[in-house]
Design a protein around this ligand. Structure first.
Ligand code: SAH
Ligand code: SF4
Length: 343
């Protein structure tokens, strides 16, 4: 079976080429075509001999996913992509445009096993993990379909990156490698629902990307109701892991907090949140819930401002997230598998 070239890290590819009888500089040439010139057909890699092109074609393919649908927001150019993978499964990505930079919001799983009650992906069930190449392929797909260079990457699409740990870390090494996408680790963010041992492993392994924690509620009583995994990893354990993470990395961590009307938007929730975050170096992103679940409503603007002010009073910086691509339902982290093809 042919292998996806995007699944290879640099050293793996050099080794693979060596076994095919190709020198290291041949691997460099191919990587230059794929990641810099964005040519994905070996046939068009004109500095390789016909013989080498044929050999590579026989063994490898460049797994940029097939575009099934692309919606572009008329308001802010936010673009949502629906991709088909080799096995017929579909995933989504989003491209966000702000002040000249493009941020790619990418998926790590087909569906998600965590099943948060407010999340469209969670409601669609879990099918499988993506490979590193399938994660990276979304970025190349965005670049060629929108003719842009992706500058920032957020692992906030479908799925829980820390439950697909090895492939997620591998994809980061590929994104970061000079001869590959060459995206700085400081421009890459992993968003996680919170798996304490994996958060600590990120720190121990010195992965170097930014971290965002989807907290969404200040007490176990409330968090249990919307994030089933909270029954396994309590808020105490999560906060402890963030503390350890910061001790090792010195990094500021983003706390994501979805505001749901008359559920977690009360002044006492803000007070409690400030209390559990005390002593940590955090920035809180307040996100008005996207009513995927009809039981959840967004708070009034006034209630959100009140929440923010309480955090501020406790010295915690926060921001009410400005929504992008509302006309095409593209908000990052709110992706669902629509247009499911009947198999
Ligand atoms: N599994 C990871 C990353 C994907 S979800 C995580 O949970 O962090 C990315 C972000 O979108 C998370 O913060 C998630 O909580 C948020 N999100 C999901 N559904 C949402 C909704 N209906 N409204 C607002 N944000 C939502
Ligand atoms: Fe999974 Fe994140 Fe959605 Fe929860 S919010 S179901 S962890 S993708």
């Amino acid at each position: 079976m042919k292998k996806n070239l995007l699944d290879f890290e640099y050293n793996e590819l050099v080794e693979y080429f060596k076994n095919l009888g190709l020198e290291k500089y041949r691997a460099d040439q191919v990587l230059d075509w794929v990641y810099k010139k964005r040519v994905f057909d070996f046939e068009n890699m004109t500095n390789l001999s016909k013989e080498h092109r044929n050999l590579l074609k026989e063994k490898l393919f460049v797994g940029v996913p097939k575009l099934l649908d692309m919606q572009i927001s008329k308001i802010d150019r936010t673009t949502k992509f629906l991709w088909e993978l080799k096995d017929g499964n579909t995933i989504e990505s989003v491209a966000l445009f702000h002040s000249g930079r493009v941020t790619a919001c990418i998926s790590t799983q087909v569906g998600c096993p965590v099943k948060c009650s407010f999340c469209a992906t969670g409601q669609s069930g879990f099918v499988r993990n993506l490979s590193a190449g399938e994660i990276v392929g979304q970025i190349l797909g965005i670049e060629i379909n929108r003719k842009v260079n992706v500058g920032n990457v957020v692992y906030m699409g479908m799925g829980e990156p820390l439950l697909n740990f090895d492939e997620t870390l591998k994809s980061i090494r590929i994104l970061n490698h000079k001869k590959m996408l060459n995206i700085s680790k400081r421009r890459i963010t992993i968003s996680t629902v919170g798996i304490p041992e994996k958060i600590m492993e990120l720190a121990e392994k010195n992965v170097g990307v930014r971290l965002a924690l989807s907290l969404h509620a200040p007490t176990n009583f409330k968090r249990d109701q919307i994030i089933p995994l909270n029954r396994k990893y309590s808020i105490d354990e999560l906060i402890y892991s963030i503390k350890k993470y910061q001790e090792t990395t010195g990094d500021r961590v983003t706390i994501e907090y979805i505001l749901i009307k008359e559920f977690n938007d009360y002044p006492e929730d803000a007070e409690k949140l400030a209390e559990i975050l005390k002593g940590l170096n955090v920035f809180v992103n307040l996100i008005p819930v996207n009513p995927v679940n009809p039981d959840f409503y967004r708070p009034s603007h006034w209630a959100m401002e009140r929440f923010k002010q309480i955090l501020e009073r406790h010295g915690i910086e926060s921001e009410i997230r400005v929504e992008k691509g509302t006309d095409i339902d593209a908000a990052c982290g709110q992706l669902r598998r629509r247009n499911l093809k009947s198999k």
